[in-house]
Every structure is written in C-alpha cells, then in structure tokens.
Ligand binder design. Structure first.
Ligand SMILES: Nc1ncnc2c1ncn2[C@@H]1O[C@H](COP(=O)(O)OP(=O)(O)OP(=O)(O)O)[C@@H](O)[C@H]1O
Ligand SMILES: CC(C)(CO)[C@@H](O)C(=O)NCCC(=O)O
Ligand SMILES: [K+]
Length: 270
C-alpha cells in the first residue's frame, strides 16, 4: 500500500468500478486489499432501482452481498456514469481527487489514476503505458507533475479500423504469438504491420522517457498489456528489468482516491 493514504476501517468492503470504453472493470475491496477483480459488459440502460444489476456481478457467488456495497466509480464514458446516478452509495472520482500537479482539465481520469497508483507504489518519476481501447502514455516527473503523454488507437481498434474501412481486408483478432514480420499472406501482413509498428513505437517512447528520467519506472496496464510487455524485450533488452506489468494499476489509483476521500468524508449519499 502506498504512502499517501491510510485506511481507517480495515474491514470495510467496497466496490471499485472503472468504466472503460470497451467494458466495465470491477474490483471488490476489503479495506485496501483486492478480494476479486472481474470485467463485465457496459450497462445497456438506465437503472430503475438502487441495486447493482446481477449481469455485471461476478459469475460465482461470493461471501458478501456485493450489490449493497459502497461504489466508487472512475469513468471515461460519461453516458455510462449517468446510469449510476441513482445508486445508493456512489462516489465518482474526478481529477480534483488526484494530488498530481499540472493535470489538464480534460485529462482522462483513468490515465491520472493509473499514473498516481504507479508512482505511489514504485516512486516518481513514473511512466504508464495503458494498452486499452486507446493506447496511452502518461508520464509524471519527480515533483509529481504531469510531463505529458500520447494517445493512439489500441491494438483491437487498429485491427477493427482496417477491417471496417477497406473492401478487401478482413477483421483480424490478436493472437498470442508474434507474427512473421515479412508476411506473405494478408492476415499475417495486417498482424505484422500493426504489432511491429506499435511495439517499435512503444519502445521509442520509453527510450525517449528514459533519456529524460533514466531511473524512472515504466508500468504497463490495460487489456493488451500482457501481450506487449511479453514481446517488448525483443526490441529493448533492458525493458525486462526496468519495466513492470500491473493489470490492476487503475484500481491502485482508485484505492488511493477512495481511502483518502473516505477519510475526509466527502462520500456522497443520494
Ligand atoms: N472481452 C474483451 N473486450 C474488449 N477488449 C478485450 C477483451 N479481451 C481482451 N481485450 C483486449 O483489451 C483491449 C481493451 O483493453 P481494456 O479492456 O483495458 O479497454 P477498456 O475497457 O476500453 O479500458 P480503457 O477505456 O481504460 O482503455 C483490446 O484492445 C483487446 O485486444
Ligand atoms: C484516452 C482515453 C480514451 C483512454 O482510456 C481516456 O483517458 C480519455 O478519454 N481521455 C481524455 C483525453 C485525454 O486524456 O487527453
Ligand atoms: K469520441
């Protein structure tokens, strides 16, 4: 657990909901410890009552009634956030909850939370590579000040774009292995083009970051993080020792925000 927040009631259960552009990411916390994390589809409509609908809860029964827990939301999809406005105990995290400097007003809350969680755990400066629907770089310096970052289409979105906007190209799915670079069939050519270009681009951003901040940690997260993290050392050997993979990075940031705001009692009851 990081340095910026301490929990008052170690036993308290709560739910973190990170609303991404492709799906919902959930974590059930007991105090500061994640008990269970899962993904669900976006909600399709407005919720009439104050329960969390069963279709977004985890498939297996757990020992507590998750639908009754306080809910902490971080969202980059405003229409999805609105669907939770009648929930009984809900707190929506905003940039004002995040103690980093120089954040611009419409910076994605997922980017701010992930880099806060990463820096709080591994120290600042810190660079986060979030490989989700969009692939983002977010860098913060040793004074906890946003240096900046970049946004590009994520892997799946790149495959979809080619499939949907050309006559002859199929929509390709990410496979688990690296493709042949000099492909002699269409599917492999698409895989090669997207994957090698993204890997080279990420390596280039990280090398540039390390020129400015040589000892900075670099943390990967998001749906495609494992694939990219696993294959990047072939491009930069030092990657293996100087970077980390953390699937729950966003939840680390949410935990800091939740515990901090819970202490100062800005929890909103509707
Ligand atoms: N069931 C799934 N739905 C969508 N993407 C998936 C799924 N399983 C794996 N992925 C991969 O994860 C990537 C999307 O990542 P992620 O789930 O973190 O995105 P997200 O929910 O939109 O979050 P964010 O908005 O933070 O990017 C896609 O590029 C895809 O390759
Ligand atoms: C870039 C995404 C879509 C990544 O999830 C999200 O962080 C977002 O909507 N950001 C707002 C724009 C910005 O961060 O500059
Ligand atoms: K848009």
């Amino acid at each position: 657990m990081g340095k910026t927040a301490k929990i008052t009631n170690k036993k308290q259960d709560w739910l973190a909901l990170a609303i991404g552009n492709s799906r919902l990411h959930w974590a059930w916390f007991r105090g500061e410890v994640i008990q269970l994390a899962w993904d669900s589809q976006h909600l399709s409509g407005f919720r009439q009552n104050c329960q969390i609908p069963p279709e977004v809860l985890p498939p297996n029964q757990v020992s507590v009634n998750l639908s009754q827990l306080p809910l902490c939301i971080a969202s980059v999809v405003p229409e999805q956030t609105l669907l939770w406005r009648n929930a009984a105990l809900v707190q929506v995290i905003t940039l004002s909850n995040i103690p980093l400097n120089n954040l611009y007003s419409n910076l994605g809350i997922d980017r701010a939370l992930a880099v806060w969680g990463a820096g709080d755990t591994y120290g600042f400066p810190c660079l986060v590579v979030d490989a989700g629907t969009a692939l983002t770089f977010t860098g913060v310096d040793g004074n906890h000040s946003l240096v900046g970052g970049a946004i590009l289409p994520g892997l799946r979105l790149q495959f979809q774009a080619l499939g949907q906007h050309t006559a002859a190209l199929p929509e390709v799915e990410l496979t688990s292995t690296l493709p042949l670079r000099w492909a002699v069939d269409t599917i492999t050519a698409i895989e090669s083009g997207i994957i090698y270009t993204v890997l080279a681009g990420i390596a280039n951003f990280i090398v540039d970051w390390w020129q400015q901040f040589p000892n900075s940690s670099v943390v990967f997260t998001g749906g495609d993080a494992y694939y990219l993290y696993k294959n990047l050392p072939k491009f930069i050997p030092e990657m293996a020792t100087k970077t980390k993979l953390e699937p729950h990075l966003l939840f680390w940031g949410m935990r800091l925000a939740y515990l901090q705001s819970n202490q100062s009692k800005i929890f909103k009851k509707n």
